[in-house]
Design a protein around this ligand. Structure first.
Ligand code: 13P
Length: 253
């Protein structure tokens, strides 16, 4: 089965008002003739509404880098709900990014709660999974990924929920380090993820898009995206460089 590719720009905590305008103008122009692959932009929270407005009328979608709150509206100073993200035009939300897991102590259980809260709000969650370097070196990669997936798969209705979700495999040792997983290394983990889902539900496993993230550049994107189980990328640093990001988008088509 053919899956539509998705290239997602995770801008992390970078950018300014002016920068957002400049990058988006270049990306919009570069993708004006875009046929096929989907492209989504994930700016910091404060720029979400502006980005959605600037993307209105294009095929480019947008999303948030996290769903802060797993509850509905209420007296939660400083939090942001899924309904609010939807309200300002988000289609997607990233959950369980390794920076949230390692820097902000998000556990697998918290990530699962965010995943389901996102779906309840009408957002499509992009669930990030990935191993640390020492876990890879001690051959625990599959065990770690399995644990990160099981919190979703073992939840009531969990497998069915994957029909409306995206997974991103981001080996932690490859994020922002310039060290990319080789296409073969990434493919092996993507195949493992798809196989694990297939053990529960074959059609959902065939349909779900699994993105690779971790030092994707214009120079390595085509080789990664050529792998049969890699359906696009979650791009950090290179997504802040509009011409390079456009080349990555082209490589995914
Ligand atoms: P880099 O592309 O900068 O390695 O970041 C990857 C990432 O964390 C995307 O979510």
């Amino acid at each position: 089965m053919t899956r539509q590719s998705l290239v997602a720009a995770n801008w992390k905590m970078y950018g300014t008002w002016t920068g957002v305008n400049n990058i988006l103008a270049t990306i919009k122009q570069g993708l004006a003739q875009n046929a096929g692959g989907e492209v989504a932009i994930f700016p910091p929270f404060v720029y979400l509404a502006k980005v959605a407005r600037l993307l209105h009328g294009t095929k480019i979608t947008s999303g948030a880098q996290d769903i802060c709150s797993v509850t509905g509206e209420g007296a939660h100073t400083g939090e942001v709900s899924g309904v609010m993200l939807r309200d300002v035009g988000c289609r997607y939300v990233i959950v369980g990014h390794s920076e949230r897991r390692t820097l902000y102590g998000e556990t697998d259980t918290m990530v699962a709660r965010k995943f389901f809260a996102a779906q309840e709000a009408g957002l499509v969650p992009i669930l990030c999974v990935g191993e640390q370097l020492d876990e890879r070196e001690s051959e625990q990669t599959e065990a770690v990924i399995a644990r990160q997936l099981d919190v979703i798969l073992e939840h009531p209705g969990g497998v069915a929920s994957l029909a409306k979700a995206v997974i991103a495999y981001e080996p932690v040792w490859a994020i922002g380090t310039g060290k990319t997983a080789t296409p073969a290394q990434a493919q092996a983990v993507h195949a493992f993820i798809r196989g694990k889902i297939a053990a529960h539900d074959q059609p959902i496993a065939e349909k779900i898009r699994i993105l690779y993230g971790g030092s994707v550049k214009s120079t390595n994107a085509a080789d990664l995206f050529a792998m049969p189980d890699i359906d696009g990328g979650l791009i950090g640093g290179a997504s802040l460089d509009a011409p390079q990001f456009l080349e990555i988008c082209r490589a995914a088509r």
